[in-house]
Design a protein around this ligand. Sequence first.
Ligand code: SF4
Length: 409
Amino acid sequence: MGRIYGEDVPARPAFPDASGGKKPASGDDSGLLLYIHVPFCRSRCTYCTFHSQSFNQVTFAWYLKRLLDEIRLWGRRLKRPALRTVYFGGGTPSLIPLNNLDQIMKALGKHFAFNPNMETTIEANPDSAHDASYFRGLLSMGFNRLSLGMQSLKDEDLRIMGRPHSVAMTLASYEAARRAGFGNIGLDLIWGLPGQRLKAWMDQLKLVSEMRPEHISAYNLTLEEGAPLTERCSEKGDLTLPQDQEQGRMFVYGAEFLESVGYLHYEVSNFARMGFTSRHNAGYWDGSDYLGLGPSAVSTLGRRRFAVPKYMDEYDAYVRGAMVGDDYEELTDDDLLKEMVMLSLRTGKGLDLKEFRKRAGYDLVKRQEPLITALHRENLVRISQGRLRLTKNGMLVSNVIIRRLAFGE
Ligand code: SF4
């Protein structure tokens, strides 16, 4: 661990040149990925352990001031770098009033250079983003991609998850965003919910696909330690998750269905119509540099990885430079190789074996031959066009395969 900077230290050349004030040309897809973390939610969902707190005007105003300072600080330190993507995630970014979002976008425009093709995403929840004028406001400030937290098309599921919206509100929100002119909408779903059966999940996917969103994210419910839903799904609890075998079918049949209706399965949990993959997330998976602003956001610039402090008082100190610099982790060649395996195997493109050999100095398939042969025999991986890819069955157990391939565990 080391220190990156202190408030009194000028920007150091050791930072990778993140395009150093050059104006990106039209058609150029270079630049940083920028993530802004919005740590506020209306209420706490029962499965969630993310860092967020209740929204109120006073705390929000406090956060906003520090976020604007942080934007200025990093714009200066990186010499007004170009941005390829901006992603407002959370938390619930749609709780931010439009005039304040406008302030943030203007600050970004002042301290960073916008790539003309910049993808600008905001995550929105149906309870806080529901009328066309709100969505028109987002479009007018440059947002061109909406990620809507639908989660389920069944009210009972939403109730179990503690979501503060109903199915009717989600549909109204989607309709309003379309009416306003959003041409790139992603819907987020969760599968493997308590009491959910394969048929109910497939029916739901069919309905969602008929809405023709440009993008669908379908995440398997993860029971996090300490989340209320975890307790309810424990042996002592009143809820039961679908059996593993049924969950396996939900994943494989669900993915095959979405492909059959025109969605590219481009990452374990992500599907997109032609031309609508998330460029921001694809950038993470390709190993591009990213800058994260807001409490708990993580950045990787070159080999340096660091996180903004999670709690508001530490965030204040961080932004004011009162903390003695930031700690960062210097990624080694080995870390980068492992990440390359981990991230690319999650994607539909898979791992470029030639590129791996160039960086690692050895052939992964030769070195891991017994393991890869066994995985191939079990129909969990395949090699084609110089790439190692997970099959759908392989994606289902991606964590285990990736751990064995990348870490030899
Ligand atoms: S809206 Fe998202 S971040 Fe907020 S509590 Fe629910 S799942 Fe967590």
